[in-house]
Design a protein around this ligand. Structure first.
Ligand SMILES: [Cu+2]
Length: 244
C-alpha cells in the first residue's frame, strides 16, 4: 500500500472514531435563589398525627445555605430522541411519614417507577397531567408495604397528590429524549452525552406560593425559564439559572 493510501486510511479510521465517540458534550450549572429565600409555613396536620406528625412541610421551596435550589427540573429541548424502551422499574417514590420521597423524580420516556407505601395507613397517589390538571393515573395503596409499578408513557410533567392527606405533593417529569435531570441539594445539575448542537435549555420550578395553607392547599403556577446553550463535542457548557 502506498504511503498516501495508508495516511488516508488512518484518517478515515480516526474520523469514524471521532464521529462515534467525540460528538457529545456536557451541560452543567446551578439553580440558585437570589437574596434570602422566603420562610415556608408548615402545614398544620389535624389527623393521623401518630404517623404524620403535627406539622408537615409542603416541600415547595428547598434552598441550601449557599442559595442552591433543590428539585428544579432542567431539560434540553430538541435533542435527538432516544428510542423508547421499557426497562424494569429503577425509580422509586416512597410514601413515608405522610410525605413523598423524593419530592421530584425525573424518569426517561418509557421507563417506569415504583410507588411504595411505608406507612401503616391508607395513601393514594393521584397523578395529574400538570398541563391541564386532568387525572393521568390513580394508585390506591391501603396497606403498609404495598408496591405498585407505574408506567407513564406520555412525556411531560405530572403532579401527584394524596386525596387522604392533601398536603402530600410531589412531581414526576417524564423526559421525551433523556436529557433531563433534577437539581441536587446544592442546586447543581449535569447533563452528559448530549449530542453537539444548539439547544433551548429549560429550568422548571414548581413555585412556592400557596393561596391557603389549610384544607387542600392550592399552589401557585410553576416557574419556567429558558436559555440557549451550544453544546460542543468534548466540552462542558455552563448554564446558570436564578429564582427570585
Ligand atoms: Cu396519604
Amino acid at each position: 500500500m502506498k504511503a498516501h493510501k495508508i495516511i488516508t486510511s488512518i484518517f478515515a479510521v480516526l474520523l469514524g472514531f471521532g464521529l462515534a465517540y467525540g460528538q457529545t458534550g456536557t451541560v452543567q450549572g446551578t439553580v440558585t435563589f437570589a437574596g434570602s429565600a422566603p420562610t415556608m409555613k408548615p402545614y398544620k396536620v389535624t389527623y393521623n398525627n401518630n404517623v404524620c406528625g403535627n406539622e408537615a412541610s409542603l416541600d415547595r421551596l428547598i434552598v441550601s445555605k449557599g442559595g442552591g435550589v433543590e428539585y428544579a427540573v432542567v431539560y434540553i429541548e430538541g435533542a435527538k430522541a432516544k428510542p423508547e424502551k421499557v426497562s424494569p422499574s429503577k425509580y422509586d417514590i416512597d410514601q413515608k411519614d405522610c410525605a413523598y420521597h423524593p419530592h421530584v423524580l425525573v424518569v426517561n420516556h418509557g421507563e417506569a417507577f415504583t410507588v411504595t407505601n411505608s406507612d401503616p395507613l391508607f395513601h393514594n397517589v393521584h397523578g395529574y397531567f400538570a398541563s391541564n390538571n386532568e387525572t393521568a393515573f390513580n394508585i390506591a395503596e391501603p396497606v403498609k408495604g404495598m408496591k405498585v409499578v407505574q408506567h407513564v408513557r406520555k412525556p411531560g410533567m405530572y403532579m401527584m397528590r394524596c386525596d387522604v392527606h392533601p398536603w402530600m405533593n410531589c412531581y414526576v417529569y417524564v423526559s421525551g429524549d433523556g436529557f433531563a435531570t433534577a437539581t441536587d441539594k446544592e442546586g447543581a445539575f449535569k447533563l452528559a452525552d448530549v449530542p453537539a448542537g444548539k439547544y433551548k435549555i429549560v429550568m422548571w420550578h414548581e413555585g412556592w406560593g400557596t393561596k391557603d395553607i389549610s384544607g387542600k392547599p392550592e399552589f401557585s403556577k410553576p416557574i419556567e425559564e429558558t436559555q440557549e446553550v451550544t453544546v460542543t463535542a468534548g466540552k462542558t457548557a455552563t448554564v446558570d439559572f436564578t429564582l427570585k
